[in-house]
Write a protein that binds this ligand. Structure first.
Ligand code: TXA
Ligand code: MG
Length: 325
């Protein structure tokens, strides 16, 4: 595995590798993605393989322009309006796929719909432009584990399975895209993410939030985005007798914990989102100075703006784990 600084030359090499059917991990504004040619069935199959991801969970297709997106999917007025206002950005639209779409059907799990977005990151955008292909990309982590917001996170989890990682620094948004289903007349929010519901509603009016979120979105499966240690949410005090680490938020963190990571001492939710996955990773130590750490306690995070997406990820990280095999 090689980690290359995302220079113009490295991006050009990565684009060549993609055109030859290879995979490349690279940053987007949300999280690092594991990119492959979406029109090449064996490249797409390799993405599922490397992540250990079930084939029934479709991938998001990334493109460089609205025009490129329109070659793949049917845009109604709502979709056009949102694409023009909010792309590039952390918004994935689920749309009906065009009948002549070149996307490999394994990428969309054989669905008649397609999840599509333009990432707002210079590296991802350059890569898309030079490769001149629609690129399928899930988050570049093992299925069910914490998403990567730095090249080192990708290297630690997938390094042995990848040949090329482009390092473009830390992701600015830090939490995955918002997924909005516009494939039917009723707009539905399938995953809260980097763009707040209010921002979408300011453009197209009220949207539905299915409860519980539908099972087709991997982000809604039980136990996702999970570190090794269990999580205890909405912690208001330490527990007697069991050492825990603390994921704190705001200017008055709790005391009495083995280790602490403050998402934002200023109480800034955007900063907290950008630091969430790095915080979960750094607290994921089962032993500190010879003492067993039982879990990660998490202070309450306000349910507004991007705080809704932060709480969504924390709930999924805290969900019951599948039985160890
Ligand atoms: O910010 C992001 O969205 C990142 C970056 C790399 O773009 N990608 C990401 O991908 O989070 P992933 O694979 O971890 O999550 C994509 C989700 C999956 O849960 C999948 O179910 C949903 O998007 N999805 C994709 N296509 C869909 C479709 N046609 N219908 C419903 N859900 C879809
Ligand atoms: Mg993911």
């Amino acid at each position: 595995m090689t980690v290359l600084n995302a220079s113009a030359t490295a991006i050009a090499d990565a684009a060549k590798h993609l055109r030859a059917g290879g995979l490349v991990a690279a940053p987007t504004e949300t999280v690092y993605g594991l990119f492959g040619d979406a029109t090449n069935p064996s490249a797409v199959a390799a993405i599922f393989e490397v992540k250990g991801r079930p084939k029934a969970t479709p991938l998001i297709i990334h493109v460089a322009s609205v025009a490129a997106a329109m070659e793949l999917a049917l845009f109604d007025d709502r979709a056009k309006y949102l694409a023009q206002r909010l792309w590039p950005g952390p918004l994935t639209l689920i749309l009906r796929q065009k009948p002549n779409s070149p996307i490999a059907s394994v990428a969309t799990s054989g669905l008649p719909t397609i999840g599509i977005r333009i990432p707002d990151h210079p590296t991802a955008l350059e890569l898309l432009k030079i490769a001149a292909l629609p690129l399928a990309a899930p988050s570049a982590n093992l299925y069910g584990k914490v998403s990567p917001t730095r090249a080192a996170h990708v290297a630690a989890q997938l390094g042995s399975r990848l040949t090329l990682i482009l390092d473009g620094g830390a992701c600015g948004v830090g939490i995955e895209s918002t997924i909005l289903d516009l494939s039917t007349a009723e707009a539905r929010l399938l995953r809260p993410g980097g763009i707040a519901r209010e921002t979408i509603e300011a453009s197209i009016g009220e949207i539905m939030v299915p409860v519980p979120p539908e099972g087709s979105v991997s982000g809604s499966a039980l136990s996702h985005y999970a570190p090794r240690l269990p999580l205890r949410l909405n912690a208001y005090c330490p527990l007697e007798g069991e050492a825990e680490s603390l994921l704190s938020f705001g200017p008055n963190p709790l005391t009495g914990f083995a280790e602490e990571f403050n998402l934002s001492p200023e109480g800034d939710l955007k900063l907290a989102a950008a630091r969430l996955y790095a915080g979960l990773r750094s607290l994921d130590q089962t032993e500190i100075n010879g003492a067993k750490i039982h879990r990660i306690a998490v202070m309450p995070i306000p349910m507004r703006g991007i705080g809704i997406a932060i709480n969504d990820r924390l709930h999924k990280a805290a969900a019951p784990r599948p039985d160890p095999k």
